[in-house]
Design a protein around this ligand. Sequence first.
Ligand code: NAI
Length: 390
Amino acid sequence: MFARLARIPGPLASSRSLSHSIPSSSASWSRGMKVLAILYRGGDAAKQEPRLLGTVENELGLRKWLESEGHEFIVTDSKDGPNSDLDKHIEDAEIVITTPFHPGYITRDLIKKAKNLKVCVTAGVGSDHVDLNAAVERKIQVLEVTGSNVTSVAEHVVMSILLLVRNFVPAHEMIERGDWQVSEIARNAYDLEGKVIGTIGAGRIGYRVLERLLPFGTKEHLYHDYASLSAEAEKAVNARRVQDLKDMVSQCDVVTVNCPLHEGTKGLINAEVLSHFKKGAWLVNTARGAICDKDAVAAALKSGQLSGYAGDVWNVQPAPRDHIWRTMKNPLGGGNGMVPHYSGTTLDAQARYAAGTRAILENYLTGKPQKPADVIVGVGKYETKSYGQR
Ligand code: NAI
């Protein structure tokens, strides 16, 4: 049924899909190319579990192949500051690969230094760690493994909504402490059935979240996105578009953020917007931390304007030990569902984004066109429609 719907985000129809192929520009196709990968350190877990492909230890499974092709492959987790490996190696790297889970921030300044850089590959989804405007100007392509972890994230969103609405975390903490006081938990526990859910962004992840919420008997699904779904796609997930963000959030019991981070979404959920939420609403953000104003969210949770906030993305990653989102609570001592950035890096997702990264590199090395949906920035221009209206 889905193949017939005009705009359903997903593998069958993509808002990023273009009718033409994007050429793999100016590949050197020669041996001796320098590829730099910024990945997270996996430690003992990565030594014991080879499927943790997105780690420094397991190198996306690329080393043997890249070296057999005669290329140099530098893999590191050192990414911040002037003495980092990223700063040092970017000068002559032709390709930089990074995951959003431990993002190498490819700033305008670094792009200036990167004399040889042709391609930035995101092993995953979400390329906001690259200064995309600077990449456009320098004709550096930005590619990502579109769709590779959207189901993984959608499942995490549904889980986070449930754990907030049902007040799960304080309940479990009570059990670990050895206590048992049902009323302390039940006083702030609800059913998801009958609630109004709104998504900011109804792309691949946002749409999948709505699909997965349907069986819970939610009352209505709202979405705020400058791209409209087709009438059929809306009907399939009981969704209604609301053009004005404040109007939408004022109707929702639960708001979930599923849009990319770009100039138009940075700090989008600020104190002013939060004041339009229904008192005691729940907010889930697995998109990017910086879409929500850190201090405004903490204040809204503290005052009870929000009953809960959950997600896995932070304005800086790794989050500092004293980041207020680690410990913030609602007036009843709960409402915090924060975890490290892992929703899109399940073992299933890692297999997909590692394979997708290799496919992108193979296309580049052999001069084959990239999959259009994977191209965020092509040679000198944005190809995606998801990073703001341009
Ligand atoms: P997508 O490109 O399929 O959908 C994004 C949607 O957001 C599009 O429909 C676009 O029109 C909409 N949008 C853009 N700007 C907007 C705005 N100002 N207001 C409302 N809607 C807006 O992207 P997909 O695959 O659904 O991923 C979305 C984001 O989720 C990624 O960019 C990434 O930041 C995040 N993500 C997080 C992961 C995690 O592990 N936590 C993993 C994968 C993605």
